[in-house]
Design a protein around this ligand. Structure first.
Ligand code: HEC
Length: 292
């Protein structure tokens, strides 16, 4: 008993004395960021998803597709919830066309996307994408938040304590933390002699992606002279704000039903709690006349 208590004390002492060390797979340090959708009850912030889509459209769609998402998802509940007509007209103007066909002459042809079509990237195939990007492939971003994580490089007792904390708090945002850090961790915006850019968050420290967001090149949330919609505050367009918004948007893209899932989760827990109480009372009632 005493040794168990001593072990517990030792664990909490370690947990208190040293901060947990987070790193992307290559070893770079990754901070945790606060997200509106974090934790057991967190939800996406619709205004943030709308801003994030704007950043994706104006900055990232020049190289990255979002092919597991259709245009119609942009006006469905639980996401950015843009106006349906606005999304449909946006689709017709989307620069990356859909290859369809064959037509009556047996030819394939290109046409603008419909609301039901995927949000394609600009490149016809992987070779074309690599040729345009110094040999590197810009990955499709639909699932990038789920595909990336942050490793815990702390000593094992601390690791175990942190895992426990993460389970209790419902932490699942390592992918978002990584992408946010990636967009914020460029050192300078000039490539080295191999065409690579220094980025402290990217495993290995050098990435082929040109810095998409820089102090001189951010995505404005409001057009010149446009004022914020009533009842809405629009944050200033800084690199960090653009990065946060586009990461939140990509988090939604990789998990579009999070809002409903977390709401239903709580309803189910409350329902089960009430059922447990009723079953317990029922059991007492049924067995009341039996002595035991
Ligand atoms: C000029 C083209 C270009 C633009 C614009 C661009 N990217 Fe990239 N991106 C790339 C390339 C190329 C890679 C692959 C890099 C590598 O493997 O070295 C990449 C990789 C990535 C990765 C994966 C990193 C990893 O861990 O493998 C993420 C995430 C990413 N980009 C996000 C974004 C976001 C968000 C934007 C918009 C704000 C953006 N990119 C804009 C070209 C681009």
């Amino acid at each position: 008993m005493q040794s168990a208590r001593a072990f517990g004390l030792a664990l909490s002492a370690i947990a208190l004395s040293a901060g947990t060390v987070w790193a992307a797979s290559g070893g770079a340090h990754i901070e945790r960021h606060h997200w509106s959708f974090t934790g057991l009850g967190g939800q996406y912030d619709k205004a943030q998803l709308q801003r994030g889509f704007k950043v994706y459209q104006e900055s990232c769609s020049a190289c990255h597709g979002l092919s597991r998402l259709s245009f119609r998802n942009l006006f469905e509940a639980g996401g950015p919830e843009f106006d349906e007509a606005a999304v449909k007209s946006l689709a017709t103007e989307w620069p990356n066309q859909i290859v369809d066909g064959p037509n009556d002459d047996g030819e394939m042809f290109e046409r603008p996307p419909l609301a039901s079509d995927p949000i394609r990237g600009p490149f016809a195939n992987e070779k074309a994408a690599r040729a345009a990007n110094n040999g590197a492939l810009p990955p499709d971003l639909s699932l990038i938040i789920k595909a990336r994580t942050v490793e815990n490089h702390s000593s094992w007792p601390l690791h175990v304590v942190q895992m426990g904390k993460d389970v209790l708090s419902g932490y699942q945002e390592a992918g978002a933390d990584y992408v946010y850090a990636l967009l914020n961790s460029y050192k300078g915006s000039e490539p080295d002699t191999n065409g690579m850019y220094v980025n402290a968050a990217f495993p290995g420290g050098k990435i082929a992606m040109t810095p998409p967001l820089t102090v001189d090149n951010t995505v404005a949330y409001l057009e010149d002279g446009q004022s914020a919609p009533e009842g809405m505050t629009v944050p200033p367009s800084t690199v960090a704000q653009n990065a946060e918004d586009v990461t939140a948007f990509l988090a939604w893209a990789s998990d579009p039903s999070l809002n409903t899932r977390k709401q239903i989760g709580w309803q189910v827990m409350i329902y089960l709690l009430i059922t447990t109480v009723l079953l317990y009372l029922g059991k007492k009632q049924i067995w009341a006349r039996l002595k035991h």
